[in-house]
Design a binder for this molecule. Structure first.
Ligand SMILES: O=C(O)[C@@H](CO)OP(=O)(O)O
Length: 224
């Protein structure tokens, strides 16, 4: 058991593994469910957060099943099933447009590794009919400012369960990252990030909670 966190806390969690993560398909706004592994990842995420004894006042998630289900499982593991939940498409994954449903390896064969990497991880190059990270940030930021930040300034502890790229947009905001710095950041499924925020809305510190199986990688409770 870790010391209880007493300041206002914002926790971000990417959903557990989805059926389409497992199949290596571009997912975006499509709506696959969690795999069994994804359910376990969500349970483990809930237990790791429970060890930090955070009591949440409000939860936010996207309009997509994989994030909503992950949140439900986390709240159940936390024994906090009555936390109010706000679901909003502003927190949806980046819309992958014409790539949605395509296999990522097949796409590399068709368009080349570097083009696919630009679509996946450049800041402002959108896939055909889809959103870039910049476009995603442009909808995540106003939602954060108008719906989430007021909760934090009112002294609430907040959990957000969303998606790789909607959360990377939030990480940019919270850690004041440049468009180059965010390109380096990957978010693992079911790995909670605990932030303590200052009055300016920027992170004072961050803890990445990693399940025991990932201990070979970075240290469990890295504070930056
Ligand atoms: O397919 C997607 O919607 C996302 C997240 O799984 O993929 P990527 O890692 O390419 O942003």
């Amino acid at each position: 058991m870790t010391d209880a966190l007493t300041d206002n806390i914002l926790v971000l969690v990417r959903h557990g593994e989805s059926e389409w993560n497992k199949l290596n398909l571009f997912t975006g706004w499509r709506n696959p469910d969690l795999t069994e592994k994804g359910v376990i990842e969500a349970r483990v995420a809930g237990r790791m957060i429970r060890d930090h004894r955070v009591k949440f006042d409000i939860a936010f998630t996207s309009a997509l099943k994989r994030a909503q289900r992950t949140l439900d499982i986390i709240l159940s593991e936390l024994h906090q099933p009555d936390v109010p939940i706000i679901r909003n498409p502003a927190l949806n994954e980046r819309d992958y447009g014409a790539l949605s449903g395509l296999n990522k390896d097949e796409a590399r064969k068709k368009w080349g590794e570097s083009q696919v990497q630009l679509w996946r991880r450049s800041y402002d190059i959108a896939p055909p009919d889809g959103e870039s990270l910049k476009d995603t940030l442009a909808r995540v930021r106003p939602y954060y400012d108008e719906a989430i930040w007021p909760q934090i300034t009112a002294g609430k502890n907040v959990i957000i369960v969303a998606h790789g790229n909607s959360l990377r947009s939030l990480v940019m905001i919270l850690e004041n990252l440049s468009k180059d710095e965010i390109l380096e950041r990957e978010l693992a499924t079911g790995a909670p990030i605990l932030y303590r925020l200052g009055a300016d809305g920027k992170a004072i510190d961050r803890k990445d909670l990693l399940p025991a199986r990932s201990l070979a990688a970075p240290p469990e409770d890295r504070i930056v």
